[in-house]
Design a protein around this ligand. Sequence first.
Ligand code: NAD
Length: 670
Amino acid sequence: MAMEIKKVAVVGAGDMGHGIAELFAVNGYEVKLMDKFPAMLDKAKARIGASLDKLVEKGKLSKDDSDSARSRLAFFSDMGEAVSDADLVVEAVPESLELKRSIFKEASSHAPKDAILASNTSNIRITDLGEATSRPGQVVGFHFFNPPMLMKLVEVIPGSKTEPAVVDVMEAVGERLGRTVVKVLKDSPGFIVNRINAADTLLFCLILDKGIATPAEVDNFARGQGLPMGPYELLDFVGVDIGADSLAYFSQALSSDYGKGTTFARMVKEGNLGKKTGKGFYDWSTGRAQIPKVPATDKVSLMDIFALEINESVKMIEEGVARPEDIEKGVTLGMNRPFGPITVAKDLSNAEVKGKLEELAARFECNIFAPTRSIAEGKLRDAIEGRLSPPAPGAQVTHAAAPPAPAQEPPTEAEPIRLERLEGGVARILISRPRLNLINASVLDGLDRIVSELSNDPDVRVVLVSGEGKVFSAGADLSQFYNNSVAFMEFARKGARTLRRLSDMPKLTIAVLKEYALGGGLELALACDLRVATEDVEIGFPELTRGLVPAWSGSQRLPQLLGLSRANSLILTSERIDGKRAYEMGLVNRLLSQGDPDDAAAKYGAELASSQAPVSTMLAKKLLNRGSEVPSDVGLEMEAMAAGILFGTEDLREGISAFLGKRKPEFKGK
Ligand code: NAD
């Protein structure tokens, strides 16, 4: 087998082949570019020439280097001549298994015995190509991205019989070409990047099949999220046939579910392939997509796409196809993203990803969207941190048949938030993260779960929200968000959503502020009905000193509570105040006496739990929280209706009778 590669033959001189040939030539290899059609060779020659000129013009290549690259390139229309002295053959003919197998067979019969035969296939299993040759040990996948001169990634894929030394040689070649090499561990359709892509493509096809949104509504949504191009515009750009063909291949190579979509295949039949035919999802007659100016859809979220990509990533990890770090690298470089699915998964909880996947699988009646085994079993974190045990050699890994999820997902880390039930109808929610009780996605998930549980618990009347140990909470945990603006935006939405649920809870909620209540921690406190505090607790919004804004509804709740002027001084100057000052401003409702603040708050909570009628509390909260959101006549009507509802309750009779009898009422919440 050729250990040192000097002479390269590239078969197929189309979009990819001409770029691959240029890349090899620029990096010092002798290149023979072969195409069955002379016209394609002429076109390739012109494209390479224009590209080299541009590199010189931009100062990226010297004139001498450009000339020598040109001198290292030769063009052939005969396979035998092109590959007869090659150390490496790179195939880049159209994506058809039959065609590629015939090319591999032919190349194998003409190339020197020790030559390596590589394919630039997007999806096809390398093993299936190796089998067409007499040398499957020397057949390997070498997958570039379009355009090869610019895209920095190359995936190296072994077939089931490929010798490890061949993979090593190709890794060295990829590095000499200045590419980042990602080694795929095991042959599998679409390898890493296109496996992720295929799930997205299927989703976009099913969205149209089911009439959930139009291409323009989705693309306008995607652009609104900061993407340079929406998914349908991109599909039009690369060719709807490419998307349809890849789904067809996946449907027979991986799961018949990929064949569920119908719209793309229909468009191909009708000849609407996108930019190249002038019409696809959009009209391209002017050379650019004419995207109707319609409102962005709210039926599709980034979380849909993230969840599918995380699911496919975990499947690849389970199957031993790729390591998490290689998936991350592959998607980032291959799809031109600022971050990949592993980074996104780090910011999400297992429950969140699992829930979203279950929803997608049901909504699109598609099994491959269902959570894969590790996610169903609560082991997302183990998977993305590389702690899953590798599959037994030769083991078939199944996904669709994941066992039913256990009722409670097993904790894989210490619970970051917990619930205590105290005496006298009081419950306490405790954020429990080392030192500062910083709030991350898992805390928000746990809070959401606890809010649901307590909302339906008739024995609980007052809910205290506090932090384990000395600190209430010093804010949101932002440590995982560097360079990750889209995931950060989702984290902001999630925080606001969770706090809204807390403030809507039909129980009296009290935040117990101690040592620090800052940023996201203070926003959590603002979502409670009351705030009790130690005199010396530090309260403030440091967001603007860090280049942020309060993003969990703090910028909206604070002016409502304190008026604009006081909210301005807290948010715009990031002034820190102590509990005493906060009490004077009305931000804190009660100061806690010396001693353990949680004990004092529990006592206060129990007093309120016994003195305040539960149904009245629930209705009064609605009136107070929602009154400002409706016109005053509607608010007054709501008030009258609440009074009417209360008139029929046992608690009203008990309240009046206790008042008249000069005794303590015993409310039943009925
Ligand atoms: P293309 O259609 O632009 O080019 C294919 C070339 O192969 C054409 O020039 C054609 O004349 C030639 N050809 C056809 N039959 C031949 C034969 N029997 N012998 C020699 N040459 C023959 O296709 P492309 O976009 O360059 O894709 C080539 C391969 O690269 C495919 O497997 C594709 O999946 C893969 N790929 C494409 C992209 C992309 O974005 N275009 C990205 C990565 C990988």
